[in-house]
Design a protein around this ligand. Structure first.
Ligand code: GDP
Ligand code: MG
Length: 200
């Protein structure tokens, strides 16, 4: 749930980068961190959930600007991909205002993307949220691998697998080249802030 403070005229929204492990969630945050250093009033923080470096989740605070006189800040989080870290996922998902679903474009990861989206739906339901009512953007990451001849899922296949019913905005992207990384977060923020507007 967004934190709204009418006295200071400040609001904070919580955005989560969800998706299978290794899809590129942390890489998105790192790219944004480097690109928007001047707008970031904190650090890219990695929380180690299990003493194992593969199990970090990360958070990044981002100043967005003003909406209806309110200073808006977005807190970006990633979620650990490994299914066994359910408790961490739930902790991070609590109070979520918007989601970026990062899918891995590699053909080998097709089923993992589908499973992770199901997992997202189930975890949102735990907090009484319906994915259809949650601001959501899809990112089909790692498009740069095409050049190396690595088999990728086509945009159409990814849309059919993940987005045929949700019909959310979607971006092909690469955190290596930066293609559509900023566009993804901007879209997610604008959808999330729009859903918050009535409450300001
Ligand atoms: N080629 C390529 N590799 C990527 C891209 N995004 C992430 N990776 C790599 O994929 C691996 C997992 O990325 P990471 O951001 O840690 O994934 P996370 O588990 O979703 O947080 C790392 O080796 C990244 O360098 C991308 O757009 N293209
Ligand atoms: Mg990560």
């Amino acid at each position: 749930m967004a934190i709204i403070n009418p006295e200071n005229r400040e609001a904070e929204v919580k955005l989560i980068y969800y998706g299978p492990g290794r899809a590129g969630k942390t890489s998105n945050l790192k790219y944004i961190y480097n690109k928007f250093a001047q707008r970031i009033k904190g650090k890219l923080t990695s929380i180690n959930t299990n003493g194992d470096s593969a199990l970090f989740y990360d958070s990044l605070p981002l100043e967005i600007g003003r909406v209806k006189g309110y200073k808006i800040r977005a807190q970006l989080y990633t979620i650990p991909g490994q299914v066994q870290y359910k408790a961490t996922k739930k902790l991070v998902l609590k109070g979520v205002d918007g989601v970026v679903f990062v899918a891995d474009s590699m053909a080998l990861r097709q089923q993992l993307n589908i499973d992770s989206l199901e997992d997202l739906k189930e975890n949102l339901a735990i907090f009484g949220k319906n994915i259809l009512q949650t601001p959501l953007v899809f990112q089909y990451n790692k498009r740069d691998l095409e050049e190396q001849g690595i088999p990728l899922l086509s945009y159409e296949t990814l849309e059919k697998d993940l987005n045929s019913q949700l019909v959310a905005p979607s971006f092909e992207a690469s955190t290596v080249t930066g293609f559509n990384v900023v566009e993804t977060v901007k879209k997610a923020i604008s959808l999330t802030v729009a859903s918050l507007q009535d409450r300001l």
